[in-house]
Ligand binder design. Structure first.
Ligand code: HEC
Length: 97
């Protein structure tokens, strides 16, 4: 039973945390610790300011990217701020390996 619970925990984003702003869960899909070491940098331990600065640079094209430029353009600055704040506060939101 404990094992089942653990496995289930890996597949779902833990409930009982602050409501994620629209879009934030899409970030964790790629930026999970499990994916770290592939080509995707983990966002764990990054401040909201740092995430926001990167998102703005991706959006403007100032920072070259493969996918983040397109993703960043999909959010308004207010939405990006909410996402960055949530990701910084919910560092463990992504499934653990
Ligand atoms: C399709 C997978 C994917 C999704 C979804 C995704 N990212 Fe990314 N992210 C990447 C990749 C790949 C990079 C490396 C830059 C590049 O090539 O685009 C990156 C880079 C970043 C960086 C720079 C990290 C660093 O240390 O250099 C930030 C910040 C970031 N993403 C934030 C976000 C946020 C916020 C979201 C949700 C709105 C998000 N990402 C959604 C794949 C993704």
């Amino acid at each position: 039973m404990l094992l089942l619970g653990a496995a289930f925990g890996v597949m779902t984003i833990a409930p009982a945390r602050a409501e994620a702003p629209a879009g934030a869960s899409a970030c964790s899909g790629c930026h999970s610790p499990a994916a770290a070491g592939v080509a995707i940098p983990t966002l764990q331990g990054r401040s909201a300011e740092a995430i926001l600065a990167d998102m703005r640079a991706f959006r403007s094209g100032e920072r070259p990217s493969t996918v983040m430029g397109r993703i960043a353009k999909g959010f308004s600055d207010e939405e990006t701020q909410a996402i960055a704040r949530w990701l910084a506060e919910n560092d463990d939101a992504a499934p653990q390996p």
